[in-house]
Design a protein around this ligand. Sequence first.
Ligand SMILES: NC(=O)c1ccc[n+]([C@@H]2O[C@H](COP(=O)([O-])OP(=O)(O)OC[C@H]3O[C@@H](n4cnc5c(N)ncnc54)[C@H](O)[C@@H]3O)[C@@H](O)[C@H]2O)c1
Ligand SMILES: O=C(O)C(=O)C[C@@H](O)[C@H](O)[C@H](O)COP(=O)(O)O
Ligand SMILES: [Zn+2]
Length: 363
Amino acid sequence: MKTLTVDLGERSYPIHIGHGILPLLPEKLAECGIGSPTPLLVITDSAVAPHYLKPVEELLRGAGYPVTTSVIPSGEASKSLEMLDELVKVALEAGLDRKSVIIALGGGVVGDLAGFVAASYMRGIRFVQVPTTILAHDSSVGGKVAVNHKLAKNIIGAFHQPEMVFYALEMLRTLPPREVRSGLAEVAKHGLIWDAAFVEWCESNADKLLALDPEALEYALYTGCSVKAQVVGQDERENGLRAILNLGHTIGHALEAVSRYELLHGEAISIGMVGSAKLAVRFGRDPVIYETTKRLLRKLELPVAVPSHIDTSEVMRTMMYDKKFKDGRTVFVLPEAIGRVEIVRDVPVAWVEEVVEELKREA
Ligand SMILES: NC(=O)c1ccc[n+]([C@@H]2O[C@H](COP(=O)([O-])OP(=O)(O)OC[C@H]3O[C@@H](n4cnc5c(N)ncnc54)[C@H](O)[C@@H]3O)[C@@H](O)[C@H]2O)c1
Ligand SMILES: O=C(O)C(=O)C[C@@H](O)[C@H](O)[C@H](O)COP(=O)(O)O
Ligand SMILES: [Zn+2]
């Protein structure tokens, strides 16, 4: 097992990562100040529960924790105010108080939702991330928790850091192949924003990653978590640097919403990252950036074009709700080289629209 730290002063926390570490969960909980008999509410989803809820529950009960469980429907639709309401009811009926702890056992949907329940229940209780997807190497770190509004993704949320991230990689074995690919988009993103050598490594090891080779996966997820931890450690609340983690997300979030979440998060972000590379080339950056980005994402078997049925004007309208846009002015994260990005203001809306159209023609 390896351990990283998200360095945030009194809100610092460990990320434990490794294969076969699940049995260590109670011990690691106790180490971060959540000793038994702290009451726990384990929130998970309907696709994760059949594999992992019972073992996790047995482990925790065996260590003396009183455990309540709640299983939400799997899928993005669960990141909603209705589900928040439902989980608050569960928490109240279980008698959770301000000393209780929520355990988010699942992917980014469970993590974002359960984290937001933790951020808002009784004005904030502690929570722990137990990620079960590749994508969640990103979502479980950094404390962005949220639900969606029908007009915009992640628009109702908070910054609420977990007490610990416990990443037992043996749980990734049951991931459907499409979810494996989707998660690899955020792995690629961490390379593209921060580490050119890691981008090269991902390209050379794409086959191993897609086949869930344990060693390759552990290296990639450790590296991805470490990039995220470094960025969040320098800018917890996205006053500057942290915005780089949004590479591909301005176009990507709009595509996700307009596709009614038919496109998975990583798929939409993959297309968005190709769009950002195209925009960078329009600003005079080296076309090699675009070619490398696209080649890497293709190697990871991710989509690199906008599905032809997506309506460009709806994408443009939805994009205007982006949290980075201020006073109607566009703000984009664009690559300036492989492994390095810049924040660019006032990207002409016409260029963005043309790029989305180009990406559609390439479908
Ligand atoms: N907070 C953040 O910083 C952040 C970062 C990136 C993404 N996100 C959010 O994360 C969400 C996407 O996360 P995701 O891709 O993990 O999606 P997800 O949570 O929906 O999980 C993907 C699918 O895999 C299933 N699943 C999860 N773990 C499994 C396992 N081990 N075995 C079998 N099936 C499993 C889930 O039930 C679901 O059907 C989006 O809502 C996105 O906005 C948040
Ligand atoms: O942690 C961050 O900061 C990120 O931007 C990570 C993204 O991968 C993630 O999708 C995040 O939820 C996007 O945040 P948002 O503030 O643009 O909704
Ligand atoms: Zn993301």
